[in-house]
Design a protein around this ligand. Structure first.
Ligand code: COA
Length: 351
């Protein structure tokens, strides 16, 4: 057997478009404290969150995804892609997937379209999937959208979870290019451990406990999380995954200009950065403004950083995520030559 595959190297996925979108309605900690047994100081101390965005009644995940996708296509200067991937835990409905309707509404009918369900790790899994489609030459351009509306699955009376999550969408366009050019994505680390499936769940609505029977307890239809245990796993798994991706890339932690973790909560982000030996200034954090937006959180944080002109061509980025499953994943990339995107929440003030 030959020790290497003959022929030219496979194309690399190169970031060429970026955008984010959040709903217009802001929910502050003070507003939550009016209807829940909580207060601003508790929420800020435990999570670092000041406010989050929430969809209007009837506004679905695909609505945010279409807005972010349209802006990302404009950022990339293109109106055609070969594949549309939507990473989400809150699809418009269990069947069909959300990506085909998003593709059709963006004028991309005919493109391959499917969802990735890896909970809050969905964007990183989607990035690896998109890179694989490009490397295999099944696609030369891919639109990847992370979009979630957790407000539609969190019990509004559940103070533990209602304070953490927010709604939003972030999108990137990837094109075929060379691994050495600015914007090239990879290497990756992906992993899971389903032995801990019960730490983050929505119990009903699947084949194990169908809602169609009408016997579903109200609590089973809502999102549930064992926060303390999740916290411990998140710090350990994210740090280990980040190290693996750095090793595969041949980078040291000090080479990283911007660490962009899934915005679970500020204490987790800082604990992981500290574990990696990265100063907090290199950790991109916007969880204070948007909360934990699930699969949208990394592309929203990227859009926030780029809109503030924190990222420069050639900068080295490390993305790391963790979520239900359990799942985790990391990716490295260099920053492309890309016009600064519009700020995803301009009403918060100039970036
Ligand atoms: N306001 C006030 N008190 C609250 C509260 C709220 N919103 N939510 C929970 N509490 C209470 C609890 O009921 C508990 O009270 P008790 O001691 O009387 O039982 C107390 O605060 C401490 O709860 P605990 O769960 O131990 O708090 P914590 O310090 O672990 O913080 C989280 C809770 C959820 C903020 C924390 O566990 C966490 O961040 N977990 C990770 C969550 C996450 O990021 N998930 C996404 C991963 S993708």
């Amino acid at each position: 057997m030959p020790s290497s595959v003959p022929g030219p190297p496979p194309p690399a996925a190169v970031l060429c478009g970026l955008a984010g979108r959040v709903p217009s309605r802001v929910v502050t900690n003070a507003e939550l404290a009016e209807r829940l047994d909580t207060d601003d100081a508790w929420i800020r101390t435990r999570t670092g969150i000041r406010s989050r965005r929430v969809v209007a009644p009837g506004q679905a995940t695909s609505d945010l995804a279409v807005d972010a996708g349209r802006l990302a296509l404009a950022s990339a200067g293109t109106d055609s892609v070969d594949a549309v991937i939507v990473a989400t835990t809150t699809p418009d409905r269990p069947c069909p997937a959300t990506a085909p309707v998003v593709a059709a509404r963006l004028g991309l009918a005919g493109a391959a379209a499917f969802d990735v369900h890896a909970v809050c790790t969905g964007f990183v899994y989607g990035l690896a999937t998109a890179a694989g489609l490009i490397a295999s030459r099944a696609a030369t351009r891919v639109l990847l959208i992370g979009a979630d509306t957790y407000s539609t699955i969190v019990d509004p009376l559940d103070r533990a979870n209602a304070v953490i999550f927010g709604d939003g969408a972030g999108a990137v366009v990837l094109r075929a290019g060379h691994s050495g050019e600015p914007g090239a994505v990879g290497h990756f680390d992906l992993g899971s451990d389903g032995a801990h499936e019960d730490l983050i769940t929505v119990a009903a609505g699947g084949s194990r406990l169908p809602t169609a029977t009408g016997e579903t307890a109200r609590a089973d239809a809502y999102f549930a999380m064992r926060g303390n245990e999740v916290y411990r796993h998140a710090v350990l798994r994210m740090a280990a995954s980040a190290r693996t991706a750095l090793t595969r890339a041949g980078w040291q932690a000090e080479d990283v200009d911007h660490f962009v973790p899934h915005q679970a909560n500020l204490r987790i982000l800082h604990a992981v950065a500290e574990d990696l030996g990265l100063p907090r200034e290199r950790c991109v954090a916007n969880v204070d403004t948007v909360g934990n937006t699930g699969a949208a959180s990394i592309p929203l944080a990227l859009t926030d950083a780029a809109a503030r002109r924190r990222t420069r061509p050639g900068d080295r980025l490390l993305l790391t995520a963790f979520g239900g499953g359990l799942t985790w994943g990391s990716a490295v990339l260099t920053w492309p030559r890309l016009a600064a995107p519009a700020h995803p929440y301009p009403e918060e003030g100039p970036p």
